[in-house]
Write a protein that binds this ligand. Sequence first.
Ligand code: BGC
Length: 268
Amino acid sequence: MSYQPLKGQTALVTGASSGIGAGVALALAAAGADVVVNYIANPKAAEDIVAKIVAGGTRGLALQADIGDEAQVEAMFDKMIAAWGRCDILVNNAGLQQDAAFTDMTLAQWNRVINTNLTGMFLCSRRAVKEMLRVGPRPDVSAATGKVICMSSVHEIIPWAGHVNYAASKGGVKLFMQSLSQELAPQKIRVNSIGPGAIQTPINRPAWETPEALEKLLELIPYGRIGQPADIGKAAVWLASDDSDYVNGQTIFVCGGMTLYPEFADGG
Ligand code: BGC
């Protein structure tokens, strides 16, 4: 049996039916956690992830909710608590892009991105933290009373023309995460972010699906490869486990060095 630092803990991962969320859900389960697989539109994909989790020996539960909708978020957590009694780990993963040149960007595109990427994090975190505080410390299981992990992006620090709504949402995630971490640290709830770079998932398919696009993308990645959901899954396990117990309010960039201004590698 592999190293299972999350044994005896329950987790909820938003947007876990595909992409990074699916990778994170499977990694948390492999590390011993029971995992709620939240999805919005594809129950079959969510059930497939649950089947893999169960095959690995922990519990899985697919729960539908649009995380930008308060009533749906509350109903989802009600079901999780009814089934498992608590939520030890929240991974605020669900996110989307609605790209447009700035002067063409509609209010609907702006609102959709902010609502899912930022307001969804607020709604899910608020309920999860209430549940963590209600259950209280369980030192036999984890040094922290609860762990919240926010899926940010390299675009919480790298500006992104043509994606102003998305970059604004991720800049918002940065101070959301840090402020929440500051507020909750005395209650032993740790809040951190992961900042993925280019990870090979449906959200950025045009950036990797042709050899020409991939070659162009790799110019931005000093480490010379595109990332995989499992790369993010490993970081999430570490941030959820006591191995990172003294890590608070940080963004861990998992990006092959995309944040290193690669265009300056040959001088400036
Ligand atoms: C975006 C991807 C992009 C990556 C690197 C992510 O946050 O969702 O579309 O490939 O950042 O630019």
